[in-house]
Design a protein around this ligand. Structure first.
Ligand SMILES: Cc1cc2nc3c(=O)[nH]c(=O)nc-3n(C[C@H](O)[C@H](O)[C@H](O)COP(=O)(O)OP(=O)(O)OC[C@H]3O[C@@H](n4cnc5c(N)ncnc54)[C@H](O)[C@@H]3O)c2cc1C
Length: 417
């Protein structure tokens, strides 16, 4: 008989677990509280710009091996597009200076030894000074591990770690920052090619997974929020939804792939991160100049990363709690001024949309990192997934996919009665 697994939450972590288990011949029952899949990684039609936009610009790197493998498993690896070489154009809005970081296409960080490919006005020793991040312990702050000032910091380390950790880097976890540096900068250009779901997050990372799951016979229920677990000894015996209750047989498994707050309310006593940071995205309906690179790093302004999509210029600002309460029109104007300088374009404010994700990620500080649980629980048939579980990475798609895969592996490894 086919084994049954209930997966709660159709974000990337839940989908990754579901795809792995459906491929392993499990009967997958996916329950999603909202009417759409994707969670914090999704697309929708926006009337203000008359375009389909993503809730946030999501950048993957070619070294995000679990995320790329997930895309391959759902048949959309080709939908993650990026340049052949790991090149990152940057602009400093205060000076107007432009440069390109060229990490090349090697498996080793050979770019460090070539002055022309490094950040301008930096030397090899500046990069060697980052090494303490690599072996930093979990309780250490980035600011205690490396010097958070100087040209290399301003032009590369700060933008990279701010994007990865979603906190001001000095207050971030050096352990998490070290994992990012090990898996990207230190792994050479081949691991650093920027990849974007150009056709949209849902089209590339979400809808094909739902289709594959349906093709494999999974049941997927939207608007099906788990409100409570009924316990049976040391196992979950029931999933209680608003109207209905589903019985869980002793051999059935449950993967809870919801964010920390609902996880803590479903499982009282569960330790979870409790502090979060916002990410703000701005989208402008505007045809990018033809030669504009898909991603530009921006320093010295409000904008941090500028993305060029067909018919749209789009901006990400991380650690953005300070922007969340600002009047939207004022924010759009401020960001548009930065966009004009960075993209070298002019014009009145075009149709725009601001998306403020207040709890975009958990706060990647040592204190919050220490609150992340593993995938196993005290309940024999209940496993956890989500970017906030203890993946060793900050809250990212890569971490979500790894967490889903790990929960699925634990389900597969369960001894059968
Ligand atoms: C604006 C923004 C920009 C980002 N940029 C990047 C980036 O550039 N690169 C990158 O790698 N990552 C980025 N991230 C992070 C990435 O989006 C997340 O790490 C990832 O999407 C989290 O997936 P998840 O499955 O862990 O959680 P979620 O996406 O939160 O999914 C959880 C799901 O569970 C559902 N749920 C909740 N409670 C219940 C319940 N009781 N019953 C049933 N269902 C329930 C929710 O509705 C949701 O669908 C960004 C995030 C945001 C918000």
């Amino acid at each position: 008989m086919q084994k049954i697994v209930h997966i709660i939450g159709a974000g990337i972590s839940g989908l990754a677990a579901a795809v792995r288990l459906a491929n392993a011949n499990y009967s997958v029952r996916l329950h999603e509280a909202t009417q759409v899949a994707g969670g914090r990684c999704r697309s929708y039609f926006d009337a203000a710009t008359n375009l389909t936009i993503d809730n946030g610009n999501h950048l993957l790197l070619s070294g995000n091996r679990a995320a790329v493998a997930y895309a391959r498993a759902i048949g959309t690896e080709a939908g993650l597009v990026g340049p052949k070489r790991a090149q990152f154009p940057f602009v400093d809005l205060t000076t107007g200076q432009r440069w390109q970081l060229d990490l090349g296409d090697s498996r080793l960080p050979l770019w460090l030894f070539d002055e022309a490919r490094r950040v301008p006005d930096t030397g090899l020793l500046d990069y060697l000074a980052l090494l303490p991040l690599i072996w930093a312990g979990r309780s250490k702050l980035v600011g205690d591990a490396i010097r958070c000032e100087g040209t290399l910091y301003q032009r590369l380390v700060q933008p990279l770690l701010l994007a990865a950790l979603n906190v001001d880097p000095p207050e971030g976890s050096a352990g998490l920052a070290g994992a990012v540096v090990r898996e990207t900068l230190l792994a050479g250009g081949q691991a650093c090619r920027p990849l974007i779901a150009r056709e949209g997050l849902s089209a590339v990372l979400v809808e094909p997974a739902i289709k594959l799951l349906r093709d494999l016979g999974a049941s997927i229920q939207f608007g099906h929020e788990v409100r409570e677990f009924g316990m049976s000894g040391t196992s979950v015996g029931e999933l209680k939804f608003g109207g209905d209750t589903v019985a869980i047989a002793p051999d059935d498994a449950v993967v809870m792939a919801v964010p920390p707050r609902p996880a803590a309310s479903l499982l009282p006593g569960l330790k979870t991160p409790s502090k979060f940071r916002a990410i703000v995205n701005a989208h402008f309906r505007f045809d990018p100049p033809r030669d504009m690179p898909p991603i530009t790093g921006v320093v010295g302004g409000t904008v941090e990363w500028l993305f060029a999509f067909p018919q749209r210029l789009s901006v990400t600002v991380s650690n953005a709690d300070r922007l969340v309460e600002l009047p939207r029109e004022e924010l759009a104007q401020t960001i548009w001024r930065d966009v004009c300088k960075a993209a070298g374009v002019q014009g009145e404010l075009p149709p725009w949309q601001i998306v403020r994700e207040r709890r975009a990620t958990f706060e990647a500080t040592p204190e919050q990192n220490a609150l992340r649980p593993g995938a196993s629980t005290a309940h024999k048939n209940l496993f956890l997934a989500g970017d906030w579980t203890d993946t060793g990475l900050p809250a990212t798609i890569e971490g979500s996919v790894r967490s889903g895969a790990r929960a699925a592996d634990l389900v597969l490894a369960r001894p059968q009665r």
